[in-house]
Write a protein that binds this ligand. Structure first.
Ligand SMILES: Nc1ncnc2c1ncn2[C@@H]1O[C@H](COP(=O)(O)OP(=O)(O)OP(=O)(O)O)[C@@H](O)[C@H]1O
Ligand SMILES: [Mg+2]
Length: 247
C-alpha cells in the first residue's frame, strides 16, 4: 500500500549548511498494518511523513501510495490519505461537527453519507460533549480529537499520523489508540510517529527507528529484539542511538 524507495530531502540552512533531514529512507507498509516511526527530536520523522503526504517535494527518491506516485500523481495521492500534523489549524469559529462536515464535503463525501459519518466519528472518538462547541473554546485534547476525526472523515485507505497522541492525557490517548486499532481492523494502512515507547510497542505491527535522517532498523518487535539483543523498546531505541540506558 505504501512503498518508499531511497527517499531523501535536504534543506539548505544558512548556519548549518546542507541538512539531510531525510537521507535515503526506504520502507513499505501493507494494508491492515500499523507502522511506527520512532526517532529523537529532529530525526526526520515529520519530514518523512510530509514527503509521503506530498506536502514537501523530495530531493531524490520516491514513494507510491496505493499505486500513485508522490511526485507524478500528488493529487491522487492526497485522495488516498488522511494526514495529521501537529501544526494543523482548525477553523476557530466552526464547531467540530461543522469542521467534519466541511472537510467531508471538500473530499467529496456524498451528502447523504455525511451526517452519518460525522455522527459515527463523534461517537467513536467520544466527542459528544463538545461536538457543537466552537473550536476556539475547546481544550487542546478536544482539538486533537477533532483533527484526528478530520483525517478519517473521507474514509481514506491510508492514514499518516504525526504524533497523534502527543500532549494528550491517558484516557484521551486511549481513545485515539482505539481508533487507530479500529482503522487497522477495517484494513487501513497506517504510518504513525510517536515518542511514546509503550504505545509503539502496544500498537505497531512493525517499527522503524530513524536518526539523523537515516533508518537505523525496521521490523517487528521480535525482529528488533533479535537484531539488538535487547528486550524492551526503550532499550532497543537507546541502543540504536548509541546512548547509555539506565538499567
Ligand atoms: N523547512 C525546513 N528548513 C530547514 N530545515 C528543516 C526544515 N524542516 C525540517 N528541517 C530540519 O530537518 C531535520 C528533521 O526535522 P523533522 O521535523 O523531520 O524532525 P522530527 O523527527 O519530526 O523531530 P521532532 O521529534 O522534534 O518532531 C531537523 O534538523 C530540522 O531542523
Ligand atoms: Mg516532528
Amino acid at each position: 500500500m505504501i512503498q518508499v524507495q531511497g527517499l531523501s530531502r535536504h534543506f539548505e540552512d544558512k548556519k548549518r549548511g546542507t541538512v539531510k533531514a531525510v537521507d535515503n529512507v526506504s520502507f513499505s507498509v501493507a494494508k491492515g498494518e500499523i507502522f511506527g516511526l520512532l526517532g529523537p527530536n529532529g530525526a526526520g520523522k515529520s519530514t518523512t511523513l510530509r514527503l509521503i503526504s506530498t506536502l514537501l517535494k523530495p530531493t531524490s527518491g520516491t514513494a507510491t501510495i496505493n499505486g500513485f506516485n508522490i511526485t507524478s500523481n500528488p493529487s491522487d495521492v492526497r485522495r488516498q490519505i488522511g494526514f495529521l500534523t501537529g501544526d494543523m489549524g482548525l477553523y476557530a469559529r466552526l464547531t467540530p461537527r461543522e469542521i467534519l462536515q466541511f472537510f467531508g464535503r471538500l473530499a467529496e463525501v456524498p451528502e447523504q453519507d455525511l451526517n452519518r459519518r460525522t455522527g459515527e466519528l463523534i461517537e467513536r472518538l467520544d466527542m459528544r460533549d463538545f461536538a457543537d462547541t466552537r473550536a476556539d473554546k475547546l481544550s487542546s485534547g478536544m482539538k486533537q480529537k477533532t483533527a484526528i476525526a478530520r483525517t478519517l472523515v473521507h474514509d481514506p485507505p491510508v492514514l499518516i499520523l504525526d504524533e497523534p497522541t502527543a500532549t494528550l492525557d491517558l484516557p484521551t490517548a486511549r481513545v485515539i489508540e482505539a481508533s487507530i486499532l479500529e482503522a487497522r481492523r477495517l484494513g487501513k494502512c497506517i504510518v504513525y510517529s510517536t515518542h511514546i515507547m509503550e504505545e509503539a510497542e502496544y500498537l505497531c505491527d512493525r517499527i522503524a527507528v530513524i536518526n539523523h535522517g537515516q533508518l537505523k532498523i525496521s521490523g517487528t518487535m521480535d525482529e528488533l529484539r533479535a537484531a539488538t539483543g535487547k528486550q524492551r523498546l526503550r532499550e532497543i531505541f537507546l541502543d540504536l542511538l548509541e546512548l547509555p540506558s539506565a538499567a
